[in-house]
Design a protein around this ligand. Structure first.
Ligand code: ADP
Ligand code: ZN
Ligand code: ZN
Length: 749
C-alpha cells in the first residue's frame, strides 16, 4: 500500500475553530470555518452552530481557540453558521472561565454555558433595550403659548426646559403614550433615541460627582468603621480583605462608602449576596444611598431581565450590580471592586452541574482585573479565616454594633426534665409572653420544617420511612400527610401501624408547623407568621410573609431562611428550639455550620436600640461548643476549631475532591469507584479514601457511594485528577452510574 504521506502533508494544518459545545465531554472539537471565513484569533469567544452527534443534529458552541489542526482536512467537519460578529465571552471573563473549567475539572462547554444568559444559549442576539428622549419642536413651543389646559399642554410644558427621558415622562404623565402620539402627529414634539455611549457616559458622570468621603445620604461612620474604610482605601490593585464584623456592626455602610469611592473613579462594582439576602429592601437600600440605578441579578428574575442586566454590565451602563451566585459570571466593562457579603454562606457554592464556589471564583476574576475584593461576614468561613491568619487576606474588624444597638444577651436554657410544649420550655413561653406584652416581636427558630420529623408507633417502634430513601418521612399537615424531604415523595399518613395494627401512632419531635400551631392556640391575640420552604417558595413570598407581621407585637416561626439579612427593629427575643441535632453530626463542617447558624440567628435580636435576648434551649448545656460561643464568640470558636481541622487533615489544611456515584443496581456505584480509585492511585501525597457508602446510602431509589481524594497541597490533587479524568470518563463502569466530581466539597454528603 502506498504511504499517503503526500496528501496528508498537503492537507494538514488547516486553521480551524476549536469549539466547546454544551456536553458532558472533556474534549473540545475542531471545525473548519464557515465558507468564505478565514479563522483569526478575533473569533475566540464567538458562538457558532456546528453539526454534532449523529444524523444532522446541530448544537451551539463557543470558539475557544483558533489553531492549526492536527487532523487532516478530510476528517474535519465544517461549522454551519457563525452567530456573532463580536465575541460574547472574551477578555478577563473568558480567561477566568477557562481557569474555572481547569479548577473544577468540569467540561469547558458546560462552564461556558453556565456563564451565558439563556438568550445567548439559545443562539439569539443580545441588545441593550433602547432608551428615548422627547423634546419640543419650534411648532410645539409656539403652540404651548396658546394651548388649553389638559394632558397635551402638561406634557409640552414638561419639555419646555429641554429634552426629558421617556422613562421619566412615563412615570409622571398619565396616559403618556396616547398623549405623546397625538403631539407627535402634529409635529409638536420629537422622539429620539439616545446612543448607548452617551447613556454610558451619563451613567459614569452621574456617580463621578460623589464627594469622596460622603456619598449621597451617607451616615457618619463611627470610629471603627472609619478606620476600616481608610484601611480598605489604602490598598489598591488586587488584594482580598476579610471584613469580620459582628451582626449589626455596619458592614453594609462600609461597603457603601467604599463603593462610592470606586464608582466616583469611573469603575463598576459587583456586590454578591446570599440567595435569600437579595430582597427588594436590600436593593432599595443601595439605590437610595448611592442615588443611582442598581441592577439586580438573581434566579427569580425572568430571562429577559437577566439578559438586560448582563448586557448593561458589559456595556458599562450598569455601574453597580447586586446579585446572587450567578452574578459571578457577569461580564464587565471596567470593574473596580467586588464585594461578597456573608461570604461564608453555602448558597455561593453550587451543588450540581459545575460544582464551584462563586466566592472563590470572583477572587480569580478580581485577580485578573487587578482590583480589590472585600469578603464580609460576622461568621467567616474557616477557609477565609485561615487565609487571614496566614496573611494572604487582610483582616479588618468591626467589633461593636453600630449606632446605639447593644449585643444581645445570650441565655443557655437547660431543658433536661423540663415539660416541653411543642418543644418550648415554660421559661421560653414566659419570655415570649413578656415580650409580646411589651409590644415587641419574637423569633422562634427551628431548623426543621413540617409538623414533626418522625411518625412512631408507640406499641412496636415502627417508624414511617421513605421507600426510596434511607430516611424518615416528615409529618406534615397536622399529622395527616407524610413527606420525604430528600426525594419529595408524599403520601397520607396511615391510621394504624402497618406492622402491628396499633392506633398509637405519634408524631415525634417538633417542626416549624407544629410550633406555629401551638403558638397560635397559646397566644391567640398575637399574629404568628411562619417562614420556611413550606410557606414561602420565593424571596418575594418571604417578604410578603414578613410584612404581615408589621411593626407591632408578634411571633415569627421559621427555619434558617430567617437567619440572615432582614432588619426587624422591633425583634427583641430569639428562641432557638433545640440546637442539639447539630452538636453531634459527623461532618467535618458541622461545628462551623452550627456556630455560624447560632450566631447569625442570635444577630437578629435587638438590632435597634432595644436590648435583645437569645435563648438557646438544649439538653446539653455544658457542651463545649456552646460555652465557647457564648463566652468567646466566633473568634474563640475559630481559634479552637482550626487546630482540630489541622490535626484531622481537613480543609483549610488539606484539599479535598469528592467523587460521588449512584446507580439503581447494587454494586454498580462501587465498581465504578473501585476502578476510579485504581486510576488515581499513583501520585505522591494524594490519598484516595473509599469507596464508602454516602451518608445517605440510598436516595430516590439510587444507591450512593463516594470516594474522597485528599492531599495536603493543592497541586498534586489537581495533577492526579487532570491525568486520570479522561480514563475515568472512558471507564465501561461509568456507563452504569451517574457520577460527579466535586472539588472543594462543602460537606461530605
Ligand atoms: P451589618 O451589615 O454589619 O449587619 P448594617 O450595615 O446593616 O450592619 O448596619 C446595622 C444597622 O446600623 C443599620 O440599621 C444601619 O443603618 C445602622 N448603622 C450602620 N452604621 C451606622 C453609623 N455609622 N451610624 C448610625 N447607624 C449606623
Ligand atoms: Zn406498631
Ligand atoms: Zn425519599
Amino acid at each position: 500500500m502506498p504511504e499517503p504521506l503526500d496528501i496528508a502533508e498537503k492537507s494538514t494544518s488547516p486553521t480551524v475553530w476549536r469549539v466547546a459545545v454544551n456536553a458532558p465531554l472533556l474534549a473540545s472539537f475542531d471545525y473548519l470555518p464557515v465558507d468564505g471565513h478565514v479563522a483569526t484569533a478575533g473569533d475566540i469567544g464567538k458562538r457558532v452552530r456546528v453539526p454534532f452527534g449523529r444524523g444532522d443534529k446541530e448544537r451551539i458552541g463557543v470558539i475557544v481557540a483558533v489553531l492549526a489542526s492536527e487532523m487532516a482536512l478530510e476528517r474535519l467537519t465544517q461549522a454551519s453558521e457563525l452567530l456573532d460578529t463580536v465575541p460574547v465571552l472574551d477578555g478577563e471573563l473568558l480567561e477566568s472561565l477557562l481557569w474555572l473549567s481547569r479548577y473544577t475539572h468540569g467540561p469547558l462547554g458546560e462552564v461556558l454555558w453556565q456563564a451565558m444568559p439563556k438568550v445567548l444559549r439559545d443562539g439569539e442576539a443580545l441588545f441593550v433595550a433602547p432608551s428615548f428622549v422627547w423634546s419640543l419642536t419650534e411648532a410645539g413651543r409656539t403652540h404651548l403659548g396658546s394651548a388649553r389646559e389638559g394632558r397635551p399642554k402638561a406634557l409640552l410644558s414638561a419639555l419646555a426646559n429641554g429634552p426629558v427621558s421617556e422613562d421619566a415622562l412615563r412615570v409622571v404623565h398619565e396616559n403618556f403614550s396616547t398623549t405623546a402620539r397625538g403631539l407627535l402627529a402634529k409635529e409638536f414634539v420629537e422622539r429620539s433615541e439616545i446612543a448607548l455611549d452617551t447613556r454610558v457616559r451619563n451613567a459614569i458622570t452621574s456617580v463621578a460627582s460623589f464627594d469622596e468621603a460622603h456619598p449621597l445620604h451617607a451616615l457618619t461612620l463611627n470610629e471603627e468603621q472609619a478606620s476600616v474604610l481608610a484601611s480598605l482605601q489604602s490598598r489598591s490593585g488586587f488584594n482580598v480583605s476579610l471584613l469580620d464584623g459582628v451582626t449589626g456592626s455596619g458592614k453594609t455602610e462600609v461597603y457603601l462608602q467604599r463603593m462610592a469611592q470606586v464608582l466616583a473613579s469611573g469603575k463598576q462594582v459587583l456586590v454578591m449576596v446570599p440567595e435569600i439576602g437579595l430582597t427588594p429592601q436590600t436593593l432599595r437600600r443601595f439605590e437610595s444611598r448611592l442615588g443611582i440605578p442598581v441592577y439586580a441579578y438573581h434566579s427569580s428574575m425572568s430571562d429577559t431581565e437577566r439578559a438586560q442586566t448582563w448586557i448593561a454590565a458589559r456595556t458599562g451602563l450598569a455601574r453597580v450590580v447586586v446579585g446572587t451566585r450567578s452574578s459571578a459570571f457577569l461580564p464587565f466593562e471596567s470593574l473596580g471592586l467586588i464585594i461578597v457579603d456573608e461570604e461564608h454562606d453555602s448558597s455561593f457554592k453550587q451543588f450540581d452541574g459545575i460544582r464551584f464556589n462563586a466566592r472563590d471564583f470572583v477572587i480569580q476574576r478580581a485577580y485578573r482585573w487587578d482590583v480589590p475584593v472585600i469578603l464580609g461576614s460576622a461568621t467567616p468561613s474557616l477557609e477565609s479565616w485561615q487565609n487571614a491568619v496566614s496573611g494572604r487576606y487582610h483582616r479588618e474588624e468591626l467589633q461593636h454594633r453600630a449606632g446605639d444597638a447593644q449585643p444581645p444577651r445570650i441565655v443557655v436554657q437547660d431543658i433536661r426534665a423540663a415539660r416541653l410544649q411543642a418543644g418550648l420550655s415554660p421559661d421560653a413561653l414566659k419570655a415570649i409572653e413578656q415580650t409580646l406584652a411589651r409590644g415587641e416581636q419574637v423569633l422562634v427558630f427551628k431548623n426543621r420544617r413540617g409538623y414533626a420529623p418522625v411518625l412512631l408507633c408507640h406499641d412496636c417502634g415502627w417508624t414511617a420511612k421513605c421507600t426510596r430513601c434511607d430516611a424518615s418521612m416528615t409529618v406534615h399537615n397536622n399529622g395527616r400527610r407524610l413527606q420525604c424531604h430528600h426525594c419529595g415523595a408524599s403520601r397520607s399518613a396511615p391510621n394504624a401501624c402497618p406492622d402491628c395494627a396499633s392506633l398509637a401512632l405519634h408524631p415525634q419531635g417538633v417542626g416549624t408547623e407544629r410550633i406555629e400551631g401551638f403558638l397560635v392556640d397559646h397566644f391567640p391575640d398575637a399574629p404568628v407568621i411562619r417562614v420556611d420552604r413550606g410557606t414561602t417558595q420565593t424571596r418575594d413570598g418571604m417578604l410578603q410573609q414578613l410584612s404581615k407581621l408589621g411593626d407591632g407585637a408578634g411571633i415569627l416561626v421559621g427555619t434558617q431562611m430567617l437567619a440572615k439579612g432582614h432588619d426587624l427593629s422591633n425583634l427583641t427575643l430569639v428562641v432557638v428550639v433545640g440546637a442539639d441535632e447539630g452538636l453531634f453530626s459527623a461532618d467535618f463542617r458541622a461545628n462551623e455550620r452550627l456556630a455560624q447558624l447560632l450566631i447569625q440567628v442570635a444577630g437578629r435580636a435587638g438590632r435597634a436600640s432595644r436590648l435583645g435576648t437569645v435563648m438557646i434551649q438544649t439538653h446539653h448545656p455544658d457542651h463545649p461548643l456552646l460555652a465557647l460561643l457564648i463566652n468567646g464568640g466566633y473568634k474563640a470558636f475559630a481559634a479552637k476549631e482550626l487546630p482540630q481541622r489541622q490535626a484531622a487533615l481537613y480543609p483549610p489544611f488539606a484539599f479535598l475532591a469528592l467523587i460521588r456515584a449512584e446507580a439503581q443496581h447494587v454494586g454498580d456505584a462501587r465498581n465504578f469507584l473501585v476502578a476510579t480509585r485504581e486510576l488515581l492511585a499513583n501520585e505522591l501525597g494524594v490519598e484516595a479514601m473509599g469507596p464508602l457508602p454516602a451518608p445517605m446510602p440510598r436516595r430516590a431509589g439510587y444507591l450512593r457511594e463516594q470516594l474522597l481524594v485528599l492531599s495536603e497541597t493543592r497541586k498534586p490533587l489537581h495533577t492526579v485528577l487532570t491525568n486520570a479524568l479522561p480514563a475515568i470518563y472512558a471507564l465501561p463502569e461509568a456507563r452504569k452510574v451517574r457520577w460527579s466530581l466535586d472539588v472543594d466539597p462543602y460537606d461530605l454528603y
